[in-house]
Write a protein that binds this ligand. Structure first.
Ligand code: HEC
Length: 95
């Protein structure tokens, strides 16, 4: 387990070194991971899942990334996503 964590951390550091946010990749990741709750059109479900259409106005990029990584409330943490993947999703959502 420790070994896996170390490899994951190394991979994250490696990707951040040359990372460039890619909203198109983020859109695919969003479809794969987030539509079940937040909807394909990011409208969410009032009362249960918040809409993410104007998320860039309510939260800054660091807060969005934090939410994806750690979850909170009824949102599960997405700790399996790489730093690059989280950056990509954030660039897709915040644009
Ligand atoms: C199992 C359902 C579920 C999935 C899947 C899910 N979310 Fe969420 N998400 C939630 C809930 C519920 C909240 C509200 C959490 C709270 O009250 O703190 C939330 C909150 C958020 C917020 C903060 C919204 C705000 O207005 O403060 C962001 C950003 C977000 N989700 C992004 C994502 C992204 C990106 C993904 C895909 C990687 C994702 N979510 C997948 C249920 C989900």
């Amino acid at each position: 387990m420790l070994k896996v964590t170390v490899i994951l951390c190394a991979a994250m550091l490696a990707t951040t070194a040359w990372s460039k946010d890619d909203p198109a990749a983020g859109a695919k990741l969003y479809t794969a991971n987030c539509t079940a709750c937040h909807g394909a059109d990011r409208a969410g479900m009032p009362g249960a899942f918040p809409a993410l259409t104007d998320i860039g106005k309510r939260l800054d990029a660091a807060q969005i990334k934090d939410k994806i990584r750690k979850g909170g409330g009824l949102m599960p943490p997405f700790s399996q996503l790489s730093q690059q993947e989280i950056d990509d999703i954030t660039s897709y959502l915040a644009k």
